[in-house]
Design a protein around this ligand. Structure first.
Ligand SMILES: O=C(O)CCC(=O)N[C@@H](CCC(=O)O)C(=O)O
Ligand SMILES: [Zn+2]
Length: 344
């Protein structure tokens, strides 16, 4: 049994990495009254004896090689189990894809972050990532719905980007189907050191879209910098993020002060370009950064016979990846937008 070791070290990450696909559920209570439920490998829930009004999901390692968020969550989990940090709210931590952490890859067979919102059950493909997406959906559903209705819900799915970015940290605000965007969420992200937010304009199969759409959670994919192996992250660059996540889970509320629209760089998605052909290329180098803008008419991508040219002046590239599976997103383009009446 693993509980004694976990209680002693708080090292849920190592326990997760040593159990790539499954871990039997176990439970114990800290001396401060917080209940600890290990639900599965990489999935651990904390329930303070007298919990506040927020239900908070913090996920990382949905892509296994994105290590900085894993290190942040590992540190938070260890401080909670060692009782150096006392929680105010219910929190569910998720290390998404343990095997992909161990092999230091984005995924093993299939990109986990394209399998949510039921996509894991489409077609007749079976693999560990599909099983994991189904299980993670069940765990998040149970977490949000096993308490009284009407509570506040949020989910921050923490990632790092493959490329460098002109705006080092940025967040993806999933499509809200016409609901207003929240200034308070921009303020939260800013406190995390994230001043740049992209507004999606369509449904997605990502983890953050799942929590947003199914549970009305304030949910975001948060890109905290560039992918690096364990041990090569400069953790000082994540100090604000860790501090703000700590405040989120350990305080009733966070006071952000006055909202100032000038603090933010906002973008809306202009279009999504999918790879449909084996022969898919970008005209720019691997070193081209996210948010690089192109002049109207410049070539953005070539998909077989189709050439995609920038449609508007300054159309900027996000997440270019020519190696995605056929049918998947190879590039997002964005254009700037302002805070307006669609924000509350
Ligand atoms: O840098 C890249 O190309 C990918 C970084 C990453 O994993 N981003 C997420 C964004 C999810 C979203 O659109 O909300 C992803 O591609 O899954
Ligand atoms: Zn990622």
């Amino acid at each position: 049994m693993y509980l004694e070791e976990l209680k002693r070290t708080g090292d849920f990450l190592t326990l997760t990495r040593n159990n790539e696909f499954h871990l039997p559920a176990q439970q114990f209570t800290l001396s401060n009254g917080t209940q600890v439920d290990v639900i599965d490998t990489g999935v651990i829930q904390f329930t303070p004896a007298q919990y506040g009004l927020k239900d908070i999901v913090l996920s990382s390692a949905i892509h296994g090689n994105e290590t900085a968020p894993i290190e942040i969550c590992d540190e938070l989990i260890q401080s909670i189990i060692k009782e150096q940090l006392t929680l105010k709210h219910r929190v569910l931590f998720i290390f998404g894809n343990p095997k992909s952490i161990n092999i230091r890859e984005r995924f093993v067979e299939e990109n986990l972050n394209r399998l949510f919102n039921g996509t894991h059950a489409q077609g007749d493909i079976e693999n560990e990532e599909r099983k994991r997406a189904a299980n993670l959906e069940r765990y998040v559903t149970a977490f949000f719905t096993s308490v009284e209705a009407g509570r506040y819900r949020c989910h921050y799915d923490l990632h790092t980007a493959i490329r460098g970015s002109k705006n080092e940290k940025f967040a993806v605000y999933p499509f809200l189907h016409g609901e207003p965007w929240k200034k308070s969420q921009l303020q939260f992200l800013l406190a995390c050191g994230v001043n740049t937010v992209l507004m999606m304009r369509s449904a997605a199969t990502t983890f953050s879209y799942f929590s947003s759409r199914q549970f009305g959670a304030d949910a975001f994919t948060v890109e905290l910098g560039q992918v690096k192996p364990f041990g090569q992250n400069d953790m000082s660059r994540f100090a604000k993020t860790k501090e703000t996540l700590t405040a989120l889970i350990s305080q009733d509320d966070i006071n952000f002060g006055e909202f100032n629209s000038g603090d933010y760089e906002l973008f809306q998605v202009h279009r999504t370009i999918n790879r449909t052909q084996e022969d898919f290329t970008f005209p720019f180098a691997d070193s081209a950064e996210n948010f690089t803008g192109f002049a109207k008419g410049e070539l953005l991508a070539t998909d077989g016979e189709t050439r995609y040219l920038a449609e508007v002046e300054g159309e900027a590239i996000i997440f270019p990846n020519a190696n995605v599976a056929l049918g998947q997103r190879a590039l997002l383009t964005v254009i700037p937008m302002e805070v307006d009446e669609r924000f509350v």
